[in-house]
Design a protein around this ligand. Structure first.
Ligand SMILES: NC(=O)c1ccc[n+]([C@@H]2O[C@H](COP(=O)([O-])OP(=O)(O)OC[C@H]3O[C@@H](n4cnc5c(N)ncnc54)[C@H](O)[C@@H]3O)[C@@H](O)[C@H]2O)c1
Length: 282
């Protein structure tokens, strides 16, 4: 594939903030590298606990960025973060929300038995945090007119992927917040969208029971196969650039075509083999 190693200067002169890069596998890590390649200057943020668990400081060095540690469920921390961002960079052009965590999913609690405190934490971290971030950015007058906000979703928001459990509810709320805020941000010429991304091998992804099966199923169903984090980052760049200035309130599928498929020959043949094996065990 022909690819300009230096990028296309799509974000030349733009400033932003990227939430959620934990390690090299993180989707936000790839997004930060792609934004850097395209000429953007940005701040990186993650929860204070991620300092111990991940390697964000290395990404900050590599992209010549500052890090502001903030828990995205903590209003005070977010208010301070956006005051600091505004002071250092003025109003910024983009925000990337790449944050998620399913507490019951992590602890293997089935959907029927959800622990509601954990469920609230899941919704707070994975969805309400987008509302908080946009709200505090607006309060600090920290988003420039014409700015772009982007969140990461998964098709489990719209259809049932059994093992995705409570995270399906969190992503449905996230996508709804994208629409609700999209309406209200229009008057400032600010747009907001969600990318609905393929299963991707990251820390959050592999925390889901059955992730490998979901990954392989999508890989065999999608005509282009699963989209990886780097290709997601390239798509993200287009949504942060002026080229998509009239796109808002959308859930945009970045999944190699998976969302428009039913079944593929590969799955039909695998099912046929498995049924034959059931009927005539060797
Ligand atoms: N991996 C997949 O298969 C997949 C598919 C579609 C969408 N997504 C979404 O992409 C986004 C990024 O996830 P990822 O797969 O790159 O995994 P990841 O684990 O690398 O990223 C998740 C991030 O959320 C951060 N986070 C958790 N709690 C936080 C808090 N309270 N405050 C601030 N940050 C917090 C983590 O520190 C981490 O950096 C998530 O929204 C995820 O749901 C992932």
């Amino acid at each position: 594939m022909h690819y300009a190693m230096d990028g296309y200067d799509l974000l030349d002169g733009k400033t932003g903030i990227i939430f959620g890069a934990l390690n090299e596998e993180s989707i936000a890590w790839s997004v930060a590298e792609a934004c850097d390649r395209e000429g953007a200057d940005f701040v990186l943020s993650n929860a204070p606990v991620a300092r111990r668990l991940g390697s964000l400081d290395a990404l900050a060095d590599k992209t010549d960025s500052d890090v502001i540690w903030a828990d995205a469920t903590d209003d005070e921390a977010l208010a301070e973060l956006f005051a600091e961002v505004k002071e250092a960079h003025g109003a910024i052009d983009f925000i990337v929300h790449s944050i998620g965590m399913g507490v019951n999913v992590r602890k293997d609690v089935p959907y029927e038995d959800l622990n509601y405190n954990w469920y609230e934490q899941t919704l707070d971290i994975s969805a309400v945090s987008l509302h908080r971030i946009v709200r505090h950015a607006l309060d600090a007058d920290a988003i420039a007119d014409g700015g772009s906000i982007l969140a990461m979703s998964y098709i489990g928001a719209q259809r049932i992927f059994s093992k995705y459990s409570e995270m399906g509810d969190a992503k449905a709320l996230l996508e709804s917040i994208v629409r609700s805020f999209g309406y209200r941000l229009g008057e400032h010429d600010i747009r907001i969208n969600a990318i609905s991304q393929s299963p991707t091998k990251t820390t959050a992804g592999s925390g889901i029971d059955g992730f490998n099966a979901m990954y392989e199923f999508a890989e065999r169903v999608a005509p282009l196969g699963n989209a990886d984090a780097d290709s997601c980052a390239d798509y993200a760049v287009t949504l942060l650039s002026d080229l998509t200035r009239m796109v808002t309130m959308q859930t945009l599928y970045h999944d190699g075509g998976f969302s428009n498929m039913g079944i593929s020959d590969e799955i039909v043949e695998a099912m046929a083999d498995s049924l034959a094996e059931e009927e005539n065990p060797s």
